[in-house]
Design a protein. Structure first.
Length: 107
């Protein structure tokens, strides 16, 4: 009985660590795209540079996409992790949405 409780406790602790490892996804609108990174304006209207790596996965409408689908104006949701050395954010997965709607200027 004690062994089962110990295994259950260890399992819960491991799953909790996996779930909390990355934090909240980063959401924003792409403002610039480069070979190894892109920049977004996040919900707080701050510029955030996201690094890309060979293993980064791209999705568009829940289907596989490519790095070339990253376009200025597109909305994205990014699962990223901070690099220990550079403190930069590196994307593990980028969900590409539609372009932000154009708001007409007020007269």
């Amino acid at each position: 009985m004690l062994n089962r409780i110990a295994v259950l406790t260890l399992t819960i602790a491991l799953f909790a660590g996996v779930l909390l490892a990355h934090g909240d996804p980063i959401m924003g609108t792409i403002t610039a795209v480069n070979n190894d990174s892109f920049t977004i304006k996040d919900k707080a209207n701050k510029s955030v540079v996201i690094m890309l790596e060979k293993g980064t996965k791209y999705l568009k409408n829940d289907k596989a996409a490519a790095k070339s689908d990253l376009q200025v104006g597109a909305r994205v949701i990014i699962d990223a992790h901070p690099d220990a050395k550079t403190k930069a954010l590196t994307a593990e997965e980028v969900n590409i949405g539609t372009a932000a709607p154009v708001v007409p200027a007020k007269k």
